[in-house]
Design a binder for this molecule. Structure first.
Ligand SMILES: [Zn+2]
Length: 154
């Protein structure tokens, strides 16, 4: 991957970020886009799919820039689908983990266990749920933090 292309793409991304409303920046999750682009640059010399995703991202971003005044619900949806396809390639093939991945998993696990234990042990769902949630959150956030330290977070 030549560095100019990487810089150019990141420049386009920040250009887009500066020319649309902050609310849209959040909807399009441009911060995550930047992290994904960095990963694509990192892997594209060894991975054909990443190199292809990078080119797709160039086209995709040019399109968004051209239509930046007309970004609507549908374009946000298309964008999210586009990004999540690349994200699944990165998590499946390159051993990366989406940010907040474990927190989500352990939170719902904690909730189910909390529900179960609340019923069985305390005979009180309202007591089990927050305990399960708190434990799930603590474990999940810890695992996410750990993944981040290892540099495996997208
Ligand atoms: Zn790849």
């Amino acid at each position: 991957m030549n560095n100019n292309r990487a810089d150019e793409l990141k420049f386009k991304l920040s250009e887009l970020g500066h020319s649309i409303e902050p609310k849209l920046v959040k909807h399009l999750d441009l911060e995550k886009c930047e992290r994904i682009i960095n990963r694509l640059v990192e892997f594209s010399s060894d991975c054909e799919a990443c190199s292809k995703h990078f080119s797709d991202f160039e086209n995709h971003l040019s399109q968004l820039l051209n239509q930046k005044e007309y970004i609507n619900k549908q374009s946000i949806k298309d964008h999210t689908t586009f990004v999540s396809q690349i994200e699944s390639h990165l998590t499946d093939q390159h051993d990366l983990v989406s940010s907040g991945h474990y927190t989500g998993i352990y939170m719902s696990l904690g909730l189910s266990l909390g529900l179960l234990f609340g019923l069985v042990i305390f005979d009180n769902i309202a007591l089990g749920l927050p305990i399960g949630l708190a434990i799930g959150l603590a474990i999940g956030a810890g695992k996410d933090e750990d993944t981040k330290k290892k540099g495996k977070t997208i």
